[in-house]
Design a protein around this ligand. Structure first.
Ligand SMILES: [Zn+2]
Length: 238
């Protein structure tokens, strides 16, 4: 049987047996795949460069009894600088963890693949605060998965909220609520919601231009992760 070739990003690496590695790869052609790199932990292994988190490359895989084994691998982009600072590493790790959570086995999702690739690229090479690319990734991921929150009108009374300075945000209702309808929910500035709205809408190629004001970044991070944890049912390490 001929081997299959995939382009993919290594989202997670798990050590297995004495010297093997299992790679959870987001492939462009087949969605999430788990591939065993036999001997992938040995320093002289031909797979040692590829069998590393965040690496993008081309793999040749053979399938036996439903299990995928790596037969050859070529690194095309290691996103090496994501490992250069703690902040970059945290942002890149959150990107790949969230991507793995929402991706599906054997279900190609080109938009997701392109989003992850661009986010890692901006975190590695963008030169801005990596948190901005990470939050932009999360905003776009929510939208891609059908969870774009409502941000400009009250979800209860329908009132336009764009002229307000502060509104409320409800995870369970899925977005903004006016002060009268949602006094129990947390307040958020409309400036932060506008930043979130723009980040959801921009093209991925524009991600590197995102620069959030400090105040917006500080407010948006807990808001976006509380909401993402609610809709995706996952926990983000903080
Ligand atoms: Zn209202």
């Amino acid at each position: 049987m001929p081997n299959d070739v995939y382009n993919g990003i290594v989202l997670r690496v798990t050590d297995y047996r004495e010297s093997d590695r299992i790679l959870n790869i987001l492939s462009r052609e087949r969605g999430l795949i788990a591939v065993t790199a036999r001997g992938g932990r040995k320093p002289n292994s031909k797979h040692v460069a590829f069998a590393t988190q965040f690496v993008y490359g081309e793999v040749e895989v053979n399938e036996r009894f439903g299990k995928l084994q790596l037969s050859s691998s070529a690194v095309m982009e290691s996103f090496y600088p994501v490992r250069e600072s703690y902040e970059q590493l945290v942002s890149a790790t959150r990107v790949v963890n969230a991507a793995e959570h929402v991706s599906e086995k054997d279900q190609p999702n080109d938009e997701l693949f392109v989003l992850v690739y661009n986010a890692l690229s901006v975190i590695a090479y963008g030169g801005n605060d990596p948190k901005d690319a990470e939050l932009c990734f999360m905003a776009k991921l929510l939208r891609l998965c059908g969870y774009a929150p409502t941000l400009t009108r009250c979800l209860k009374c329908g009132r336009d909220l764009r002229a307000e300075k502060e509104v409320r945000f409800s995870n369970s209702l899925g977005g903004s609520v006016c002060g009268l309808c949602g006094s129990a929910f947390k307040t958020v500035s409309t400036l932060t919601l506008e930043a979130l709205r723009r980040m959801m809408l921009i093209d991925v190629s524009e991600m590197r231009r995102v620069r959030l004001p400090e105040k917006v970044r500080a407010e948006l991070e807990p808001l976006i992760y509380n909401y993402a944890e609610f809709v995706f049912e996952f926990t983000v390490k903080r």
